[in-house]
Design a protein around this ligand. Sequence first.
Ligand SMILES: C[S@@+](CC[C@H](N)C(=O)[O-])C[C@H]1O[C@@H](n2cnc3c(N)ncnc32)[C@H](O)[C@@H]1O
Length: 287
Amino acid sequence: MDIEPSYHFDHFADADRAAELRRLQQQATVMLDAELAQLQVLGFGHGKRILELGCGPGFLTGPLSDLAGPAGGVGIDMSTELLAAANAIVKPAHANVEFVEGNAYATGLPKHSFDYLYSRLVFQHLSRPLDALLEARRIVRPGGRIVLSDVDDAFLVLEPCPSAFRTLTARAIEAQAAHGGDRHIARKLPGLMRSAGLQDVRLHGLTVTSLDVGLAAFLEITTRFKAIQVGDAEALAMATELAALAELPLDKQPFGMVVAFFVTGDVPLADGTPAPSRVSLHPGGTR
Ligand SMILES: C[S@@+](CC[C@H](N)C(=O)[O-])C[C@H]1O[C@@H](n2cnc3c(N)ncnc32)[C@H](O)[C@@H]1O
């Protein structure tokens, strides 16, 4: 019996669901161009059939499937409600995308059926990340690539930093861990990928700052979900107090920064030959 992941859309109160859907959309679209550019550097593109694991409402699956062209893409998620949103909002606007319901630990998808697998802000919620990675490896073809994007709260900064931000961050780390999640997952993903037998494991970082997205969006993305997850009046009051910082004149606003980490690993060819080399962001680096 699986432990419930630390993110489950069904756990949001009815009154909070529309706002959470908006937050997911904002989180997916606010840096969309930069994220797609990063994924193209990592090899996503024409002819590479993709799977987005834990796609939620699919705001990334659509554009990623467009990049794949006729090869197309599939988004898989365990939430019936988020998939209904994906089918209503995303599917009509993208020709080559489909959405299926399934669990990261046992997707039910055929072996070796994708060239690339992407999973974004999902592994931090899984209590058995290695098992999910082994399943990901099963469904990606030999020579294909797995890319996991996630955070590590050690790389979350607000400067100057109000005590509410520190407290809310610390309480969210505890709340997520209590459900088997891990807000420091990014630093563990390279080791997990190697344990899953993936090759040429690499890590890249993309900074998302209040300069890029504005302080209001930055705080919405980095504090609102945490307050709901901690789930008490004090946490919600802290999120409200922090949101008010975005009302200050620009020169009085704190600077916010978070790093989105992209960890990549290649599925070995059947004979153990390393997969063909990627475009490297670290020319001359060792493997
Ligand atoms: C924080 S949301 C991220 C959604 C999307 N990847 C994005 O970046 O907008 C986490 C997603 O993981 C999904 N999820 C969590 N555990 C899962 C599991 N065991 N199998 C499939 N999906 C899962 C949730 O339903 C949710 O859609």
